[in-house]
Ligand binder design. Structure first.
Ligand code: UD1
Length: 430
C-alpha cells in the first residue's frame, strides 16, 4: 500500500466557499490555560489536529478530565493532581506553555524541553529568563524544574517579542500577586485571543496603546464556554493556493484579523482580494506576478508560517521574487522539494530568490515540517500534472483535513496509501 500520501491532479482553478477551522496557535494556549482555574471550560470550534490531541493528553496527565465531542472539548481542571508532564510533551513546541500554567496553578512545574517542527534552534531562554523575573526558580537536569513558591508580579522587557514567551508570562502572572507588565510583548492576534479568553474567566489583562500587556493578578478564575476564532494561517494557505491555481474562493468565518499583511502581498501579485466583516473573498486568473521583496516579521509583519506557502505560490509567478526569513533560521527546507517540481530557487543565508519559469509540474515530494507540507500542497494545486505529497504527519499537526477543505473548493485532491492501522490512528487523532 505504501506510505500515506496526498495525491493532487493540479493546474485547475479553485471555486467555492469554505469555513475555516479554529486557530491552532490560539487554541493551544487557551487549552493549556484551562489548568488555571477550577470547573469545566467548554471550548468550541477546537480544531481536530494532532498538536491539540497531544495537548489534551498532557492536560489529562496533570489530572484534568477531558471530554471531546467532534469540535467541542470540555476541560475540567477541578483537580490538578500533578505538576509534571510526561515525555510526550517534547513532541510539540507549545508544551512549554505548561510551564507558566502549572506554575500559576500549583506554584511548581516539571517538564521536558519542548520539540516541534525542526525549523530552527527554537530555544526557551526567553521563557526562563522572563519567569525568573516573576520570582520563579529553575533547576535543569535534562528537564525543566520550576519552583514558583515566590511567584509575584513584575516588569518584564522581552528582547524579542516571542509569541510563546509572552504567553508563558501571561499564564504565570494571571494568578500571581501584584501587577505584571510585559514590554515588547508579541502582538499576534492569538495573544489577544488568549487574553480575551482569560478576561472572560475573570482575569485582568490589558493591552496598552504602546503594545505592552498589563496583568493584575486575581485570586481565581471561573469556568466559561468559548468558541475559537478561525485560523489565519490555514486561511492564508488556501488564499495562496487559490491565487496560484486561479479561481474565486470565499472563506467564511468571523472577521480574520491577521490577514492584512498577506492581503497586501496578494494585491502586489495582481490578485483581487476583499476582506469583509465575516468573510474574505479572492479572485485570481492564476497568472500571478512576482513580488520584488517580502520579509517575515513579528505581527503585524508578514507571518513566518506563511513564508513557505508564499514561496510555493511565487514559484509559478511571472518574474523574480525575493523573500527574507527573519524569524526562523531553518525554514527553507521546502526548497529542494519545490525544485523537484521544476521551481527555480536560489537560497543565500536568510534569503531565497525564486524565478517563476512557467515550468512547474507535478512530482513526488515530501513534507519536512508543517508549513512546508502546506506549501507543497499549494504548489501541487497550481502545477499541471500529478503531485504526491508524503510526510502527512506534519500537515496533520495544523490542518484538520486539508483534502476535505480543498475538495470543497473543487480541487482534485485525495488521501491514499498507508496500512489500516496507520489510517485508523490518524483518524482517531482527529
Ligand atoms: C509561535 C507559533 C509559530 C510561529 C511563531 C512565530 C505557536 C504554537 N507557534 O511559535 O507557529 O511560527 O510563533 O510567529 O503559537 N526564541 C528564542 N528564545 C526563546 C523563544 C524564542 O530565541 O526563548 C526565538 C525562536 O528561536 C525564533 C523566534 O524567537 O527564532 C520566534 O519564536 P517565538 O515567537 O517564541 O515562536 P513560538 O512561540 O515558538
Amino acid at each position: 500500500m505504501g506510505l500515506r500520501h496526498i495525491t493532487i491532479a493540479g493546474g485547475k482553478p479553485l471555486y467555492g466557499q469554505i469555513k475555516i477551522q479554529g486557530s491552532k496557535n490560539a487554541v493551544l494556549p487557551v487549552l493549556t490555560s484551562c489548568i488555571l482555574g477550577e470547573g469545566i471550560c467548554q471550548i468550541d470550534n477546537c480544531p481536530r489536529i494532532s498538536d491539540v490531541e497531544v495537548t489534551l493528553r498532557l492536560l489529562e496527565a496533570v489530572g484534568c478530565r477531558v471530554v471531546r465531542r467532534e469540535n467541542t472539548v470540555a476541560v475540567d481542571a477541578s483537580q490538578v493532581t500533578c505538576c509534571g508532564i510526561p515525555e510526550e510533551a517534547s513532541s510539540i513546541r507549545s508544551s512549554i506553555l505548561f510551564l507558566g500554567a502549572l506554575v500559576g496553578r500549583c506554584r511548581a512545574a516539571r517538564l521536558p524541553f519542548p520539540g516541534g517542527c525542526a525549523i530552527g534552534a527554537r530555544p526557551v531562554d526567553l521563557h526562563i529568563a522572563s519567569l525568573k523575573k516573576l520570582g520563579v526558580r529553575f533547576e535543569e537536569d535534562g528537564k525543566l524544574a520550576a519552583d514558583g513558591r515566590e511567584l509575584c508580579g513584575a516588569k518584564v522587557t522581552l528582547p524579542f517579542p516571542s509569541v510563546g514567551a509572552t504567553e508563558n508570562i501571561i499564564l504565570a502572572s494571571v494568578l500571581a500577586p501584584g501587577r505584571t507588565l510585559i514590554r515588547n510583548a508579541a502582538r499576534e492576534p492569538e495573544i489577544d485571543e488568549l487574553c480575551g479568553f482569560l478576561n472572560l474567566r475573570g482575569a485582568k489583562t490589558t493591552r496598552r496603546e504602546d503594545g505592552s500587556i498589563c496583568i493584575e493578578g486575581v485570586r481565581k478564575l471561573r469556568a466559561v464556554s468559548y468558541s475559537m476564532r478561525p485560523d489565519r494561517i490555514v486561511a492564508g494557505t488556501y488564499l495562496l493556493a487559490a491565487a496560484a491555481a486561479g479561481g474565486r474562493v470565499r472563506l467564511q468565518g468571523a472577521s480574520m484579523p491577521g490577514l492584512e499583511s498577506l492581503s497586501a502581498v496578494l494585491r502586489k501579485m495582481g490578485v483581487h482580494i476583499k476582506l469583509e466583516h465575516g468573510s474574505c473573498e479572492l479572485v485570481s486568473n492564476g497568472r500571478i506576478q512576482a513580488v520584488p521583496y517580502v520579509e517575515t516579521a513579528p505581527y503585524p509583519g508578514f507571518p513566518t508560517d506563511l513564508q513557505s506557502p508564499l514561496l510555493a505560490a511565487l514559484a509559478g509567478a511571472g518574474g523574480e521574487s525575493l523573500i527574507r526569513e527573519k524569524i526562523f533560521e531553518n525554514r527553507f527546507r521546502v526548497v529542494p522539494e519545490l525544485r523537484k517540481m521544476g521551481a527555480e530557487i536560489v537560497t543565500e543565508r536568510d534569503c531565497v530568490k525564486v524565478r517563476g519559469n512557467g515550468h512547474m509540474h507535478g512530482a513526488e515530494v515530501t513534507a519536512t515540517d508543517l508549513r512546508s507540507g502546506a506549501a507543497l500542497v499549494v504548489a501541487g494545486l497550481a502545477a499541471p500534472g500529478i503531485t504526491r505529497v508524503s510526510g502527512l504527519a506534519y500537515i496533520e499537526r495544523g490542518y484538520e483535513d486539508i483534502c476535505r477543505d480543498l475538495r470543497q473548493l473543487g480541487a482534485d485532491i485525495s488521501l491514499s496509501g498507508g496500512d489500516r492501522k496507520e489510517n485508523e490512528n490518524s483518524r482517531k487523532a482527529r
